[in-house]
Design a protein around this ligand. Structure first.
Ligand code: ARG
Length: 587
């Protein structure tokens, strides 16, 4: 795999090692440990190697070391190096580098953007994991795209990835929508109300909250219902099955719409008893204890956490009970090297406690559990009224983005040009949404601004999609004119012709794709790739502006520029897929 920085890392390591040996040190510096930076201004060079790290061992100032390293380096055709303060700055051989990178980017079956740093690892990624009392909301959309994108990125690095979802389908909150429906629903169905089935269920949950404000017995009746459910009362179980199917089916439609999918669904109703068993086992072993009121608890004060109830005094289980069962079940089911939980930052404490308990229970894999925590996402004040007045519904939000995209297409008179306008609008909506959500590091809270997300010339998803469509159109035109000139097939491009500043910047950006994918995987942070995509698009835009392609006099240069554009399109398309942004041929 070509890394254009590699040959220089080797040379710099060689020079530094020679200096170390001269100074009587025998510990070698490896090329992989050589720190590489991009100099702040292009005229300073393409790569900068800081010398701070060797000052102690060499007992010299970094600027002096930089000068000495330059003395040890030998000149290479087409490239040059200088000491600038504490840095060795290198200007690369443009023609040679282009000729090395581009064939790899363009090769039919190239592993480009597949760094392989995680090959052999089995990673399970849990995400979305909704409750079945109400439909998905904006927070889920951030979760879903984060989980899906991280999974794709880990797989691109060679990991075997299993995407899983746990549906939290039991508990008193689920009984609340069931209770309201039972008492006031009289034969109503999603069809009869013309509602998407998960919205239908969610509306009953809202109704429960309204009714429980006046009817003080409602909470108690919901608890009764949970006890009946746990005891297997047929009528309650029947109602539960019916309503859960409505919710889950509705959610699956939303997943499909957003391009999210799972290799396996787990259901809390199937794992919570397992959790109970584990807790009773732990009680026998003395890892947990029974409190005077009859509840089972664990004391984690030695681990700087609190005491935690694991089974209520009436024996019913709580949120963490099922998580213990589910984790154990999953590891048996699919022994993983790592399990990643994509869950909001408000559950940080929950996951600390969960991981500590599993460790106390003696599961060696407990140290391989990781909470990928993400911040809150809200709409700016007054941007969109939600159905319930509290959270923003996922489907409603996508619908309104789609509507806005469609308006934009119509206002530009592109309705006929784009083909199926409604489909294109849907893809633009998803591109806008997903890019906006992923461009921010997961840990940060954020505001989702629908209008800004859709802007065609900002740092947005649609801008990236537009760049893809523009390159596609360029390549179509090139093919047409090649066909007309009947010169037929594209010849071997001579990449060494691509040495102007704009071409060179673009080639370097393409050369950084593997690093961008690897960085996103290591940090489990797709924002690295989002930033990379923006960089690719901006750099292409400059190239497109500076370098005529179809109307150059020089056919060999046109050929090389077209091949470069093809390479950009390939990387762009691949990276868009990793961050769940639909690609559009025409826009
Ligand atoms: N359903 C939970 C909620 O909405 C999130 C579940 C997260 N995953 C887990 N294994 N606890 O809060």
């Amino acid at each position: 795999m070509h890394d254009y920085k590699e040959p220089w890392k080797i040379r710099i390591a060689g020079a530094v090692n020679a200096l170390l040996h001269d100074a009587g040190q025998d510990e070698d510096v490896k090329p992989a440990d050589i720190v590489t930076e991009i100099p702040p201004r292009p005229e300073m060079g393409d790569l900068g190697f800081p010398m701070f790290g060797y000052a102690k061992r060499l007992r010299k100032g970094p600027p002096q070391i930089a000068a000495m390293v330059c003395e040890k380096l030998t000149a290479q055709a087409g490239s040059s190096f200088t000491a600038e303060g504490p840095y060795v700055n290198v200007r690369l051989d443009r023609a040679g580098t282009a000729a090395a990178i581009l064939p790899e980017v363009l090769a039919e079956k190239s592993p480009y953007g597949r760094p392989g740093n995680l090959s052999g690892q089995r990673i399970m990624v849990e995400f979305s994991s909704p409750n079945t009392n109400k439909p998905l909301h904006l927070g889920h959309l951030r979760n879903d795209v984060l989980g899906e994108s991280v999974s794709r990125i880990l797989a691109a690095c060679g990991a075997e990835v299993r995407k899983v979802c746990i549906i939290n389908d039991r508990g008193v909150h689920i009984c609340k929508s069931m209770l309201a429906y039972k008492e006031f629903g009289e034969g109503k169905t999603p069809e009869s109300e013309h509602l998407k089935s998960d919205h239908f269920v969610g509306d009953w949950y809202v109704k429960f909250h309204k009714m429980s404000q006046e009817d003080k017995g409602a909470e108690e009746r919901a608890q009764d219902m949970l006890r009946k459910w746990e005891a297997g009362d047929p009528e309650t179980v029947e109602l539960w099955k019916k309503m859960n199917a409505w919710t889950v089916n509705g959610m699956k439609q939303t997943y499909e719409r957003t391009g999210v999918s799972f290799d396996q669904y787990y259901y809390e109703s199937q794992t919570y008893l397992l959790g109970k068993d584990e807790i009773l086992k732990g009680l026998e072993k003395g890892i947990f204890y029974r409190e005077e009121d009859g509840s089972v608890q664990v004391d984690l004060t030695a681990e700087k956490l609190d005491k935690k109830v694991l089974l209520r005094k009436d024996g019913t289980s709580i949120y963490i009970t099922q998580d213990i069962g589910t984790a154990i079940y999953r590891h048996k089911d699919w022994p993983f090297d790592r399990l990643v939980f994509v869950v909001g930052s408000e559950q940080q404490y929950h996951f600390k406690v969960l991981f500590t308990i599993l460790d106390k229970l003696g599961f060696v894999w407990a140290k391989n559990l990781y909470h990928l925590s993400y911040g809150m996402v809200n709409l700016p004040e007054g941007k969109m009224k939600s159905r319930e007045g509290t959270v923003v519904d996922a489907d409603d939000l996508i619908d309104s983005l789609k509507e806005m995209a469609l308006t934009e297409i119509r206002s530009k008179d592109r309705e006929d040009a784009v083909g199926e306008a409604s489909e294109v609008a849907e893809k633009i909506a998803l591109g806008a949404l997903h890019y906006f959500l992923l461009q921010v590091s997961p840990a940060k809270d954020m505001l989702f601004d629908p209008k800004e997300s859709l802007s065609f010339n900002g740092n947005t998803g649609p801008y990236l999609q537009y760049m893809g469509a523009r390159i596609s159109s360029l390549l179509r035109k090139a093919e047409d004119s090649a066909a007309k000139n009947s010169s037929g097939k594209a010849g071997e491009a001579d990449f060494s012709l691509l040495t102007s500043d704009a071409e060179w910047e673009l080639i370097k950006v393409l050369g950084g794709y593997n690093d961008a994918v690897a960085a996103a995987a290591v940090g489990m942070d797709p924002s690295f790739l989002a930033a990379y995509l923006y960089e690719v698009s901006r750099t292409f835009s400059r190239f497109y502006h500076d370098c005529p392609i179809l109307n150059t006099e020089n056919p060999a240069l046109a050929e090389a520029r077209l091949a470069l554009s093809r390479g950009v399109l390939r990387v762009l398309r691949d990276a868009l897929n990793l961050v769940c942004i639909p690609f559009l041929e025409i826009m």
